[in-house]
Design a protein around this ligand. Structure first.
Ligand code: NAD
Ligand code: GLY
Length: 360
């Protein structure tokens, strides 16, 4: 907590990689990445992020003697698609990028997922580094190697597990992040406490005001603990055959909210916030308990300015949308439920009656 700069490891045998967390790290990227490339770096970013953060990154890579190319993609979830992926691949061919060239994703989860997928398939796989600049990307999408683009029929449906060689989290980049995007990222931070670490959840309750004010020490600690939890879960279950699905706490409901509202109307973290409340209430209902944990989650989410109630939808619509979830197995929906704060598990066979009373 006193040393805001630290390095964690995602332990995946020969594919293990560091997560560097700290202030001012964009200016150190050249040194941190010099070993990861045979001399060239292609940065993928968008104009919004590049305007704020490209210059120090570029200067650092330049000072390390690396050849640099930049690809700017359009800003927004709508552009995480095949057309933009194809444009990125075309530019890589035009630059004569080789297997030893490093791709570097500078931006939020959209840029990270898209660039990561391009790296996974260009010449059957090239190394890439994640330099996430949203809170959501710093605590979630940059770690764990899930890459994807959206298919017109379903979000994140086409992609690959392809681990980065390094994640560089410069917490200073969050200073330019719009407030709504920042709060949305806090939902994923709160999720880690809810599913894995009651002590961290209590710490978040204690430091909610500091986090909302983007206090650097509180922020560094929240990013650190979140990445530690994510790294441990990914190391235990890289391909989501079990434990990794717990990271989807609140997401089954959340994805339905996002789909119903139209992507972008609710930010991902906002939908996950309301989804976590539903998942926690469902957990209490299934256990026949009073929803004490759910109320703590409601209270914390409210304090950081996140929504806690979903939009109005019929039960039939909820079921239709949730039936498209990637956790669906042999046609049965599965939900991440809490067996107490900090203890999540995957639960199949949730009776429709429980969903009916929850979503009425
Ligand atoms: P995003 O990438 O769209 O970024 C949000 C907005 O903030 C964009 O307009 C972006 O240009 C802007 N921005 C980014 N950094 C900024 C900065 N420092 N200052 C100012 N503006 C900045 O959204 P996101 O929330 O970061 O990511 C959402 C995406 O992540 C979704 O596509 C989702 O599917 C994906 N995701 C992936 C994983 C995974 O494991 N791969 C996990 C969670 C989410
Ligand atoms: N965001 C969920 C995962 O990485 O598995």
């Amino acid at each position: 907590m006193n040393d805001p700069r630290r390095t964690l490891t995602v332990s995946l045998a020969e594919r293990s990689y560091p997560i560097h967390i700290g202030s001012g790290l964009l200016s150190e990227a050249g040194g941190l990445l010099a070993q990861a490339t045979k001399g060239a770096v292609v940065i993928v970013s968008n104009a919004t992020v590049a305007m704020h953060h490209l210059a120090p990154l570029r200067a650092s890579l330049d000072a390390a003697g690396l050849r640099i190319e930049v690809i700017l993609v359009p800003d927004g979830e709508a552009y995480k698609n095949f057309d933009v992926l194809s444009d990125v691949l075309t530019r890589l061919i035009e630059f004569k990028a080789e297997r030893g060239t490093l791709l570097l994703a500078l931006g939020g989860g959209v840029v990270g997922d898209l660039a990561g997928f391009a790296a996974a398939i260009y010449q059957r796989g090239m190394p890439y580094a994640q330099v996430p600049t949203t809170l959501l990307a710093q605590v979630d999408s940059s770690v764990g190697g899930k890459t994807a683009v959206n298919h017109p029929l379903a979000k994140n449906m086409i992609g690959a597990f392809w681990q980065p060689v390094s994640v560089i989290i410069d917490t200073d980049t969050l200073r330019t992040l719009p407030d709504r995007e920042y709060r949305s990222g806090l939902a994923e931070v709160i999720k880690y406490g809810a599913i894995r670490d009651a002590g961290f959840f209590a710490w978040l309750e204690e430091h909610a005001d500091g986090l909302v004010a983007r206090d650097p020490a509180a922020l560094a600690h929240a990013v650190d603990v979140s990445c530690r939890i994510k790294a441990a879960i990914v190391a235990a279950d890289e391909r989501e055959s079990g434990e990794r699905a717990l990271l989807n706490f609140g997401h089954t409901f959340g994805h339905a909210i996002e789909a119903e509202a139209g992507y972008g109307a609710w930010l991902h973290g906002e939908a996950v916030a309301a989804g976590m409340v539903l998942a926690a209430r469902l957990s209490a209902e299934l256990r026949g308990e009073t929803p004490v944990v759910a109320e703590r989650i409601v209270s914390l989410l409210t304090r950081v300015g996140l929504p806690v109630a979903p939009p109005k939808m019929t039960l039939a619509r909820w079921l239709e949308l949730m039936g498209r979830d990637k956790k669906v197995e042999r046609n049965a929906m599965r939900f991440v439920v809490l067996e107490g704060l900090g203890h999540a598990r995957l639960r199949a066979n949730v009776p429709e009656s429980a969903l009916r009373s929850l979503l009425a």
